[in-house]
Design a protein around this ligand. Sequence first.
Ligand code: 4AD
Ligand code: MG
Length: 479
Amino acid sequence: MRRTEIKSLLQSRDYGNEVLVQGWVRTKRGSKNVSFIALNDGSTINNVQIVVDVDDNSAAILEKVNTGAALSVVGELVESAGSGQKVEVHAKNIEVLGIANPDEYPLQPKKHSLEFLREKAHLRYRTSTFGAIARIRHNMNFAIHKFFHDRGFFNIHSPIITGSDAEGAGEMFQVTTLNLKDIPKTYDGQVDFRQDFFGKAANLTVSGQLEAELAALALSKVYTFGPTFRAENSNTVRHLAEFWMIEPEFAFGDITDDMNLAEDMLKYVIGYALEYCMEDLSFLSNRQAEEEKSKKTDERSMELIEKLRFVLDKPFERLTYTEAIDILMNSKPNKKKKFQFVIEGWGADLQSEHERYLVEKHFQKPVILTDYPSNIKAFYMKQNDDGKTVRAMDILFPQIGEIVGGSQREENYEKLYNRIKEMGIPEELMWWYLETRKFGTVPHAGFGLGFERLMLFITGMSNIRDVIPFPRTPMNLEF
Ligand code: 4AD
Ligand code: MG
């Protein structure tokens, strides 16, 4: 007999049919005569109710049916008398495929804290919350590929091991096969990387952008979607040491095209979630509402689905960094020194408290900031004629702060070369990148979207550790 997945079983109205369902027990309750088992197989957030008549035979089996146990059930599909579900299964035969001893199984049918579940990340997929997040994550992954594919962008696989620091921020994980107990040194006491695996220093990538640019300067429209590693020691609810980034790059376009593409993409994927993930979103929305009730402050966040629709409704606000600094300098929290980092003037790097003030308090919608000071941005951004700003664009979202960072790229060889020199970036690591500006250079642009930041926004979860299955953060490498 073929197994029916619970998702399609719940939509079936073929009452009287014999079905095979397999899944894991969420709860079991009942009386002397009848037992009700809520079974879930992950195909949907919803459980199917299995009704079991208790007799001598089934009583022995039911003893082994505890939360977390895996079952294979053959029974009759019947119309449900109870509210909440249309169908249920009257069991004829139950086989316990895998027991879960209730004295040992950590996930009992009660509310567990997210902190507790992080310690049980090998099992947390089995909770409704993490099942919902996993299904949404899959759908968002798919929607992003679909968005770009439908618009003629080609997916490029950029390397994970690299010799260059794309962001120039020096926050790289080193990759080596050298014996750490006996590191070879050069005559002047430096590590002798000539003896290492690649014959030179190697790192995990912080961005696929530079390689995406090479591809864009031949294929016109490309994107990468890969793992990204940053050894920045920031233990915040928005930073991971290993995260996934989507980086489109296109030739023959400028910063306005870049902003339009990013805004379209964000709206597309949020719209996709509303169309295809509604059951999971509704669950997460209720979950968030419960959580809000138990909060001590009276600051309330917007209902999840309303918040997603809200972003779709209006165009994002676009303004320059300089205009944003003016707003922030004149803002109440800055004047009253309520910001942790008070803005003293033009040139300040914006912290997430400033970004969130602009989005949540001042404009009350997503904001795109452009034309940042060149000295707080990466070397590859197109220099403006004013000599002090670059054609950068960051998209700021409620609750998140920066969700997208991008720019038009400097396509002029001399200007790029001078910037690389100015910033002390070793030319021998960048020769290939510079050559693209010598041969057939064109205006081009791109951006990076942090996939987990998008997931935070869409699920309404508040800690980035809860939207990736196995988070990597400082001092944390379990599983
Ligand atoms: O602003 P970033 O550093 O930009 C780049 O890496 C460019 N190369 C992108 C490009 O133009 N192709 O990072 C882009 C985005 C951020 O806006 C943020 O959403 C996310 O990546 N991000 C992180 N997400 C989780 N944990 C971290 N440590 C992150 N650092 C950046
Ligand atoms: Mg950035």
